[in-house]
Design a protein around this ligand. Structure first.
Ligand SMILES: [Zn+2]
Length: 88
């Protein structure tokens, strides 16, 4: 799994510094329009202009992915949320 360095941005929800991304199923570099997620708070994100992340909701993710990818995305999000609640 390759981590791609990004220009530093903040999660629009929890303000965590976001400066890298990894692919869910491959090592392709992120591009505008790709979906992402804050690894701290689990907020679904999408890359906008200059790969700046903005918040979207799970319905957006569901509508933009296959059922298989949506399930995989939700498994990752569930793990992020479980860790978040375990450390709070
Ligand atoms: Zn966040």
């Amino acid at each position: 799994m390759t981590a791609h360095r990004l220009r530093e941005a903040a999660c629009p929800i929890c303000k965590t510094k976001l400066d890298a991304a990894t692919g869910l199923r491959n090592d392709a570099a992120p591009k505008v329009g790709d979906l992402s997620m804050c690894a701290r708070c689990g907020q679904p994100l999408r890359f906008g202009v200059d790969l700046m992340p903005y918040a979207v909701n799970l319905d957006t993710v569901r509508g933009a992915t296959s059922a298989t990818d949506f399930r995989a995305y939700c498994r990752v999000r569930d793990a992020v949320l479980a860790r978040k609640h375990a450390t709070n």
